[in-house]
Design a protein around this ligand. Structure first.
Ligand code: ZN
Length: 492
């Protein structure tokens, strides 16, 4: 242990049936390790405080008097049993900062025995708020209120219990975005936009733009992120500018505006710090955009650059592998590509990203079909759909369904092929995602043409041509990639 380190949560043998350290030996040990101070936090009592204070001072250590108190779930006066048959309470560590804090600690400890005793000497939040001056609190052990909420899987509830602080609010918004609770995340972010410091407001607006993207409001997202880029530049906040540019490029890819996406992603990759997660993701997005534009050599170079910076077996690693798989596929190596997709799906599952694993498996389907490996394609397609359905992500479900449709078409099972492709179109049509929609229309037209049903094919072909033409009008240099079913970008 370095000399600057101090233990702030310690039990002595005054923590009855809970601590085995004798105070003289504890002080001696801490002294010999070269630590400058020591806290004593016995359970529910201050019985050892005076002895501790004197022994620590005599040894030249700074004593920090504290207590691990029991906090009743409701009122300290309520003595009903909890579900486990004991008194309902959580643990909380309190430390005295000064003389006033020490006095309050004594008041709280006494009240625990005289007013709140139920199996343990308990205080409650009412007492705590009346006697909080001069005290610091820590989240205690696993029996603390916050650790219990986190253990029960409710990080969000844990964060809501913590006093308002912009950094924790950002964490709360991230947790809610991760849980897919976008309405709640938005409310937190809008609170930050209304009252935070300029840099906090900026980061909140970037996150609001990312949420709009996740919800399929691509046009709104583009506007919000474009403004965030300008604001970041005005504040000379390079990290935020890089982050906003990356998010903007991601939306432009969704909108099919590849030249704008590539320009913004190139700038993001230049601005962001080497080796940072944002830089790796900017390079991966850039590689995917270059693939969509048909520039395979440049895509490969950017993805290789990202691979050199990324840690193995992470979500980012999986994203790089899937895009390198697409590169292999476009280079005419369908077998190696299919293997790369399956590998990236396993990495994604290992990293806990079900959505991305589903997309990787859907990508493998196309390559297996090109190899005429229909059974391998069917297995991948069915697994991709199952994974997508477990998380209910509409883009992933639609992608998997379209690819399953192609498997049925290859088998000549036209009815099931049609059913899956139409289902896929229906899902995508609800989102503002013209690029994927146009690709699905094209799939349907090709399906009917393959059966010699020209009349059925015509309306779908017309819709596809119309959408592609409009997308081209937005970005004249763009080339249409062969397979629009694939979605290689897991981020945002
Ligand atoms: Zn404890």
């Amino acid at each position: 242990m370095s000399a600057g380190f101090v233990h702030l949560h310690n039990h002595s043998d005054y923590s009855l049936l809970d601590g085995a350290c004798r105070l003289d030996r504890l002080v001696e040990r801490v002294k010999s390790l070269g630590m400058p101070a020591l806290a004593l936090t016995d359970h529910g009592n201050l019985f050892g405080a005076v002895e501790f204070y004197e022994k620590a001072r005599a040894a030249g250590l700074r004593p920090i008097v504290g207590c691990e108190v029991y906090v009743a779930h409701g009122s300290r006066l309520d003595r009903t049993r909890s579900a486990d048959g004991k008194g309902a309470y959580d643990h909380l560590v309190l430390l005295a900062r000064n003389r006033e804090g020490y006095r309050n600690l004594m008041r709280l400890s006494s009240a625990g025995y005289m007013e709140g005793f139920h199996y343990k000497p308990r205080i409650d939040k009412e007492l705590l708020s009346a006697h909080a001056d001069g005290l610091l609190c820590l989240s205690a052990c696993l029996r603390g209120e916050l650790p219990q909420l986190v253990l029960n899987g409710d990080l969000e509830a844990a964060l809501l219990r913590v006093p308002r602080d912009p950094r924790l609010e950002e964490l709360l918004a991230e947790a809610e975005m991760f849980l897919g609770k976008f309405t709640e995340a938005r409310a937190v972010l809008e609170r930050i936009v209304a009252s935070g410091a300029p840099s906090e407001r900026l980061r909140a607006r970037i996150r609001l733009g990312r949420i709009a993207n996740r919800l399929g409001s691509y046009a709104d997202s583009r506007t919000m992120l474009g403004e965030a880029v300008q604001e970041a530049a005005a504040l000379s906040d390079r990290t935020a500018e890089g982050e906003a540019l990356r998010a903007l490029g991601a939306v432009e890819r969704r909108l099919g505006d590849m030249s704008a996406a590539i320009g913004h992603l190139e700038r993001a990759a230049t601005i962001l710090e080497d080796g940072s997660r944002e830089k790796i993701r900017a390079l991966v997005d850039l590689g995917a955009a270059l693939i969509a534009q048909g520039d395979i050599p440049r895509a490969k170079a950017r993805l290789t650059e990202a691979a050199a910076m990324s840690r193995h077996r992470t979500r980012d690693d999986a994203a790089i592998q899937i895009n390198l798989g697409i590169v292999l596929s476009r280079e005419g190596e369908p077998h190696q590509a299919a293997v790369a997709f399956e590998r990236s799906a396993e990495i994604a599952l290992g990293a806990g990203d079900v959505r991305f694993a589903s997309i990787a498996l859907a990508n493998a389907v196309e390559n297996f079909l090109r190899l005429e490996a229909v059974e391998a394609a069917a297995t991948s397609a069915e697994r991709a759909l199952r994974l997508a359905q477990t998380i209910g992500d509409p883009v992933a479900v639609s992608t998997a369904q379209a690819n399953l449709g192609l498997v049925f078409a290859k088998r000549g099972d036209w009815a099931k092929a049609e059913q899956n492709l139409l289902g896929s179109v229906e899902l995508i049509a609800r989102l503002d995602n013209p690029y994927s929609l146009a690709s699905r229309y094209q799939d349907l037209a090709q399906l009917y043409e393959a059966q010699g049903r020209g009349a059925d094919a015509a309306p779908w072909k017309a819709r596809a041509d119309d959408l592609f033409a409009r997308l081209h009008a937005g970005s004249p240099t763009q080339s249409v990639p062969g397979g629009g079913r694939t979605d290689s970008r897991p981020n945002d």
